[in-house]
Design a protein around this ligand. Structure first.
Ligand SMILES: O=C(O)CCC(=O)C(=O)O
Length: 258
């Protein structure tokens, strides 16, 4: 079965094992998506922190300084679970847990430290995210974390949908395949071949992409005339502990409903 297809939670673990990701189509009701979108729009105008700005990510296409034109374009609304209660409730719900538990075990925690945000990819000043594994952000006992990416609108090649390399979570690539910042080096022939295997993950509002923290993925800039909004949350087993005094250890993980 393709990772792109609609499938029940019971089939997800085998797809995740094979491809490193799967998509649950229409997981969240349109009414909930609309309510979350309204909260996000209210947080954008006037802008309510905490926020990460485009100028702070340093990705290709991002303005170079906060004071450059477009530098203060918000890229991520941080602390999504606590700032939008409907979103936090969903992220910690038994429904989401049912997808995660077969992989992470019965006690799953939602991290509040990173990837607990609403991605706000604006037209005009959005940047591209190069090929990477999310494990580069994390410091845990084991590289076993799963992220859930919830589309709040259409995601496609025009507005910067994610692309993922199926099966890449199982690869053990030499350090030299990555650059200083742990992005895959697109100039290397072996990496070019790997990138050619990537697939676009087009999403509709309410679709959720579950992906492994070692799955290699990237996303382009938003070339449409509308903002692209998506939420992303990351989970780990309760016995997979953050390394003390790292960013991953900054806030306690939140337990999921059973
Ligand atoms: O929307 C994007 O640019 C991708 C973001 C991403 O892959 C990440 O933050 O790990």
């Amino acid at each position: 079965m393709s990772a792109e297809s609609n499938q029940p939670a019971s089939l997800a673990p085998s797809t995740l094992e094979r491809d490193g990701y799967f998509v649950a189509r229409g997981l969240v009701d349109v009414a909930v998506i609309e309510a979350v979108r309204a909260s996000v729009k209210a947080a954008l105008q006037p802008l309510m922190g905490p926020v990460e700005f485009e100028a702070e990510v340093g990705y290709p296409g991002a303005p170079s300084h906060l004071e450059s034109q477009g530098g203060r374009t918000p890229r991520r609304l941080l602390h999504a679970a606590s700032r939008i209660p409907a979103l936090g409730n969903w992220a910690c719900s038994a429904g989401v847990a049912s997808f995660l538990k077969p992989w992470l075990g019965t006690e799953v925690l939602l991290s509040q430290c990173h990837h607990n945000c609403v991605m706000t990819k604006h037209p005009g000043y959005s940047s591209a995210t190069l090929w990477h594994q999310d494990i580069r952000y994390w410091s845990f006992d084991r590289p076993e974390l799963l992220s859930v990416w919830l589309a709040l609108g259409e995601e496609n090649s025009r507005n910067g949908a994610l692309r993922i390399i199926p099966g890449s979570h199982r690869l053990h690539l030499d350090r030299g395949r990555f650059d200083r910042d742990l992005f895959l080096r697109p100039d290397l022939p072996d990496n070019k071949a790997l990138i050619r295997r990537s697939r676009e993950v087009a999403l509709a509002p309410g679709d959720a992409l579950f992906f492994h923290c070692r799955a290699i993925h990237a996303a382009g800039v938003n070339r449409s005339d509308k903002i692209k909004l998506s939420c992303v949350f990351t989970y780990h087993a309760a016995d997979n502990r953050p390394i003390p005094n790292t960013r991953s250890d900054r806030y306690p993980g939140l337990p999921l409903g059973s």
